[in-house]
Write a protein that binds this ligand. Structure first.
Ligand code: C5P
Length: 403
């Protein structure tokens, strides 16, 4: 089975002189922790905002600082060896220099000397960002093939609030992972819809029924499929986790809303992966808050629509439909029954009676089942690792038609 390359890569990490440089330290730490070999390059002002010693300690590699110019051409040699150049923060000044091909310091020279992928994370005052000159420079970088990632609007060091904040370190690490992962042939450009999380079924204006799903398995799947090159739509219930970058994220609350969101998009999809823990029953909604002295202790519940089964009935032969099964006994036999009754191409089953049974945690243990008796124990791993395995299985199904 073809797998994605997740081995540690060599990354050149440029740091310019802006207050957001403090986030560079955490970003370097996260990338090093993920197994990457990070080499930092600071501009003269970058080194005044964040000490090269900090970057060296976090990356375990010497920092190339513009203050320490010598005749060694270390930065040019470095750019021959790295897989990715990222710059965070990218200031308006260095952006303008990149856009115009200046080569007046070590970072601008490194940019010009590099033939691989470049990702930049601009950070500046809102007015500076919105200035036509800056927008022209950003457009020029995009036209030159550079990925430009802007952070969310928010409070800025200059006292204003608006766009211009640098992306958070977790987002920087996620973007790097996505850029460095090899696309898979069966998923590159494929349209994939993933559902994740619980649904919430209102009883009255203040109360609801829900379940313990954290959404982590579905989020990990959305990220792994995106990394494999798929165009991912994520339909998610109420979850407290950070949502993926680079996917279309559709927030819903109830099972009925999830059914609408999924069924209205289903025809456009090549693959549908239904990982959400959708409520099977929804209470009859009381428009006024239920009063305890008037409540008889009985809740009337109605079946919700089984989204997966509905998709199974209308599935095109060129679509792949993937379900999940959370079972407390006879795990593989029950999962196989669901695979057949819901007309699925693949089902991933976990044993929720185990103490490490998947719900809420960061790890899970899964079996993969398909038609013709296909059954594979994926083992007990982090949800991120399992998502990579599931992505690889879906890729095999897409490329070979069988398993
Ligand atoms: O039959 P069961 O609910 O155990 O099947 C679980 C699978 O069905 C999961 O893939 C889940 O996302 C999907 N499902 C659904 N709509 C429902 C209930 C479950 O799509 N109403």
């Amino acid at each position: 089975m073809e797998t994605q390359n997740r081995l540690g890569s060599r990354i050149a990490f440029g740091v310019c002189g802006g207050i957001a440089a403090y986030k560079a330290a955490e970003s370097v730490r996260l990338l090093s922790q993920a197994g990457h070999d990070v080499h930092t390059i600071t501009t003269q002002w970058g080194a005044r905002f964040i000490g090269p010693l900090t970057l060296e300690a976090l990356s375990g590699n010497p920092c190339i600082s513009s203050d320490a110019i010598d005749g060694s051409m270390r930065h040019i040699a470095l750019m021959r060896e790295v897989d990715l150049l990222l710059v965070a923060p990218l200031t308006a000044e260095t952006l303008a220099k990149f856009a115009h091909g200046h080569a007046d310091h070590l970072l601008t020279q490194s940019y010009l000397a590099f033939r691989g992928p470049v990702v930049v994370f601009p950070a500046m005052n809102t007015a500076m960002l919105e200035h036509p000159a800056t927008q022209r420079n950003l457009d020029q970088l995009r036209a030159d093939g550079v990925r430009v990632i802007l952070g969310e609007s928010g409070a800025l060091a200059c006292g204003e609030t608006g766009p211009g904040r640098m992306a958070e370190p977790e987002l920087i690490a996620e973007v790097v992972e996505s850029v460095l992962t090899q696309p898979l042939p069966g998923l590159k450009g494929a349209r994939v819809l993933v559902t994740a999380g619980p649904t919430r079924e209102a009883l009255d204006p203040v109360r609801y029924l829900t379940n313990r799903s954290s959404g982590r398995m579905g989020l990990a799947l959305a990220r792994a499929l995106r990394n494999a090159g798929a165009i991912v739509t994520l339909v998610h219930g109420p979850i407290n986790e950070r949502l993926p970058w680079g996917t279309e994220n559709v927030a819903v609350t109830s099972a009925a809303q999830m059914a609408d969101a999924v069924l209205s998009r289903a025809d456009d999809q090549d693959v549908l992966v239904l990982c959400a823990a959708v409520a099977d029953y929804a209470p009859v909604y009381a428009a006024q808050k239920l009063k305890k002295d008037q409540f008889d202790g009985q809740l009337k519940l109605n079946r919700t629509q089984d989204i997966l089964a509905s998709l199974g009935q209308r599935k095109r032969t060129d679509q792949i439909l993937v379900g999940f099964a959370a079972e407390s006994e006879n795990v593989t036999a029950n999962a196989r029954r669901k695979l057949e009754s819901k007309n699925l191409d693949l089902i991933f089953a976990n044993d929720i009676s185990r103490p490490d049974g998947g719900f809420e945690g960061t790890e899970n243990a899964l079996f993969a089942l398909g038609p013709n008796g296909f059954c594979m124990d994926l083992g007990h791993h982090s949800k991120t690792e399992l998502a990579t395995q599931i992505t690889s299985i879906i890729n095999t199904k897409r490329t070979t038609g069988t398993l």
